[in-house]
Design a binder for this molecule. Structure first.
Ligand SMILES: NC(=O)c1ccc[n+]([C@@H]2O[C@H](COP(=O)([O-])OP(=O)(O)OC[C@H]3O[C@@H](n4cnc5c(N)ncnc54)[C@H](OP(=O)(O)O)[C@@H]3O)[C@@H](O)[C@H]2O)c1
Length: 271
């Protein structure tokens, strides 16, 4: 299934990530991703590339309503005063009237989650944001978010064939939220994994394509690979013409699952 129908929207489950792609390279990469068929683009204020993402979208000529665009508020933009300013700045950078999804990029300790979410909800009521979500939230933070009563549609976290996220996933299911998988290729580390290679042979697919398919075969998961190369962007999108059989799926499920690749010093205590 290519789309998730959530809160009345058809959301493309495979998106293009833009972390650490800047300037011309970002504009060209996003333009190329859109040409290849990607309709879900993931950026963040801290990536410093919203303007280039906006330019690529404008140049593509694709009607705005056919795109799903995500941005994220950085850690010093989470007070009720800062949220509207950050959103206004993102809309200007992205040359758009609304973003489809706005996330709290990382949880912080000095601003109550409910205050940030209420401020984001006001931006949603004004039509600036279509959907709200969070990122890098643990089950502890999701509990707090749930208590705010604000509707959230996703938690964007690291998830791939070599990292277990079953506790967070169970909580997300309970809250009727999707799991957006960042670093779905473990930042390239899965591209020569022997088990993924062996499974891929059956379908004439690369290990990286098997890694993405394994995530897409989990219906609550959205997947956000990033690449600076045309060929790899193309192959990462070419994952809708096969399905893993149950045996392959289970085999990948039993791989070692403790390889976290994103863990900055301000990260929360993970589940
Ligand atoms: N919310 C957060 O805190 C957070 C954190 C991290 C990431 N993200 C989002 O998730 C997106 C993806 O995560 P990510 O960029 O960390 O990791 P990723 O998509 O797992 O991997 C990207 C890396 O893998 C390489 N790669 C991509 N496709 C490949 C393929 N088919 N075969 C071999 N290597 C391949 C890329 O190199 P080349 O560029 O040379 O192809 C790049 O070095 C980000 O861009 C960002 O939008 C969010």
């Amino acid at each position: 299934m290519e789309f998730d129908n959530i809160d009345g929207s058809d959301i493309p489950r495979l998106g293009f990530g833009t972390f650490q792609i800047k300037g011309e390279q970002c504009r060209e990469s996003v333009e190329d991703a859109l040409n290849l068929g990607y309709r879900h683009i993931d950026t963040a204020r801290i990536y410093g590339n919203e303007e280039e993402v906006g330019k690529a979208i404008s140049k593509s000529g694709i009607p705005r309503e056919q795109l799903f665009l995500t941005t994220k508020l950085w850690r010093d933009e989470l007070t009720p005063d800062e949220v509207p300013k950050a959103v206004a700045s993102s809309l200007k950078n992205l040359q758009t009237d609304y973003v489809d999804l706005c996330l709290i990029h990382w949880p912080v300790n000095d601003v109550p989650i409910a205050e940030t979410l209420q401020a984001m909800e006001e931006e949603k009521q004004k039509g600036h944001l279509k959907h709200l979500g969070v990122s890098n939230f643990t089950t502890y933070h999701l509990d707090k978010a749930e208590q705010s009563g604000v509707r959230l549609i996703t938690n964007q976290i690291e998830y791939h064939a070599m990292l277990d996220q079953s506790d967070v996933m169970e909580k997300l299911r309970q809250m009727n939220m999707s799991l957006s998988a960042y670093s779905p290729l473990a930042r390239g580390r899965l591209s020569d994994h022997p088990v993924l290679k062996e499974v891929g042979k059956k379908f004439n697919k690369l290990p990286s394509q098997v890694a993405l398919r394994w995530l897409l075969d989990q219906e609550e998961v959205w997947v956000l690979p990033k690449s600076t190369s045309h060929e790899r962007r193309k192959s990462n999108y070419d994952v809708f013409d096969f399905n893993l059989d149950e045996e392959d799926f289970e085999r990948i499920k039993t791989l070692e699952k403790n390889k976290r690749v994103i863990n900055p010093d301000f990260a929360p205590v993970w589940d």
